[in-house]
Structure formats: structure tokens, C-alpha cells
Design a protein around this ligand. Structure first.
Ligand SMILES: CC(C)(COP(=O)(O)OP(=O)(O)OC[C@H]1O[C@@H](n2cnc3c(N)ncnc32)[C@H](O)[C@@H]1OP(=O)(O)O)[C@@H](O)C(=O)NCCC(=O)NCCS
Length: 166
């Protein structure tokens, strides 16, 4: 269901976002869904510093009005193949399933297309039906099945998905 009064924006991550990223990425359902391990706030301060020096990567916070609700990360931006890689798409649980993810990813895709990117690629768990429904609405299609070992050590069945930006 689309959110009725959408005021969604994506804004480049800045230093003051470490606290939010720490909260988001230690939320138990988020950790479990992403097969991630718990982190400290300092990890996010360090990550934001690293991202700011890395021209291959851009990270955005998703806002609903003035409220931080999620994170989008994209990399592969320096590749010669004009393909970007969506490395992260995640919302706080209360904001999932209301159209925010579709809206934010479409906005990111619009910006990448405008900059000359031709394709966007991502990997997702094959049992992550909610994420796949969102990605399909954004134009992604499954192009490959594979098994990947995740941060928490689990071997997980995954899909590679791609969307054409042309
Ligand atoms: C993936 C994610 C960013 C998508 O954003 P979102 O705002 O929840 O997605 P949307 O609401 O735009 O679209 C999700 C769609 O899935 C549908 N959906 C929800 N639960 C579902 C389920 N169990 N099975 C199938 N579809 C489902 C929703 O109804 C919606 O479709 P609709 O708009 O046609 O009704 C968000 O769900 C999230 O943060 N999930 C947890 C982290 C995660 O899995 N990230 C992806 C890693 S690859």
C-alpha cells in the first residue's frame, strides 16, 4: 500500500547520521533479515568517514519529512560498465511495506540514470519476498540464483537482480 502523505527524500549521509545507522542496523528484525552481526556506534562513525573518501560509493539516508527512516547504499560508481550496484536498502520495521522503499529506490534510479548509468544490480535473499516485491515494482528482474556466505556465517540462497536504466 502506498503511503498517503508521502514526503520522502533521500539525502547524502553525513557525520551526524552515525547514531541512526547504529540504531537501524542493530534492530533485531533488521539484523536477522540482513544476516548481519551487531555493531557499535563507532563502527558507523568510521564507516561514514570511509565512505566520504570513497568516490566509488554513495550512501543516502531516507527521510519521511524530518524523520530518518532508512538507508540506501550504492557502489560500483567508478566502473567502466556504467552499472551501479545497490549494496543496501533498509528501512526501520515500522516503515516497511508502505511504499517508502519503492519511492526511495526509484528516486535513486532516476538520479543514476540522469548521470549516465545504464544498469543497476543487486543481490537479495531468495526468501525475501517483501524486498523482491519492492525491487520488481522498481523494474528489477532476477537474472541469476547463487549461494553466498553472509556476515553472520550463514550460507544463504540468493538472487542477483538487475534493472535497466536506459
Ligand atoms: C526491502 C525494503 C527496503 C523495501 O522497502 P518497503 O518500503 O518495505 O517496500 P514497499 O512497501 O515499497 O514494497 C514492498 C511490497 O512488498 C509487499 N509485501 C510485503 N510483505 C510481503 C511478503 N511477505 N511477500 C510478498 N510481498 C510482500 C508489500 O505489500 C509491497 O507491495 P505493494 O506496494 O504492491 O503492496 C524494506 O522492506 C526493508 O527494509 N526490509 C528489511 C531489510 C531488507 O530486507 N532489505 C533488503 C535487502 S536485499
Amino acid at each position: 500500500m502506498e503511503h498517503m502523505y508521502k514526503d520522502v527524500q533521500i539525502k547524502p549521509v553525513c557525520e551526524s547520521d552515525a547514531y541512526f545507522l547504529h540504531l537501524l542496523m542493530n534492530d533485531p528484525p533488521v539484523l536477522q533479515r540482513l544476516n548481519e552481526v551487531p555493531t557499535q556506534q563507532q563502527n558507523w562513525i568510521d564507516a561514514i568517514n570511509e565512505w566520504s573518501c570513497d568516490d566509488d560509493e554513495e550512501d543516502y539516508l531516507i527521510f519521511d519529512g524530518n524523520t530518518r527512516i532508512g538507508w540506501l547504499g550504492v557502489n560500483g560508481l567508478l566502473g567502466e560498465d556504467k552499472a551501479a550496484y545497490l549494496k543496501m536498502a533498509v528501512l526501520l520495521p515500522n516503515y516497511q511495506g508502505h511504499g517508502f522503499g519503492t519511492f526511495a529506490i526509484r528516486e535513486l534510479m532516476r538520479r543514476l540514470k540522469h548521470r549516465g548509468f545504464e544498469k543497476i544490480v543487486l543481490y537479495t535473499d531468495s526468501d525475501n519476498d517483501q524486498a523482491q516485491a519492492c525491487y520488481q515494482k522498481c523494474g528489477f528482474r532476477v537474472v541469476e540464483s547463487l549461494v553466498e556466505t553472509m556476515s553472520n556465517g550463514m550460507a544463504v540462497s540468493r538472487f542477483k537482480m538487475e534493472a535497466c536504466l536506459l
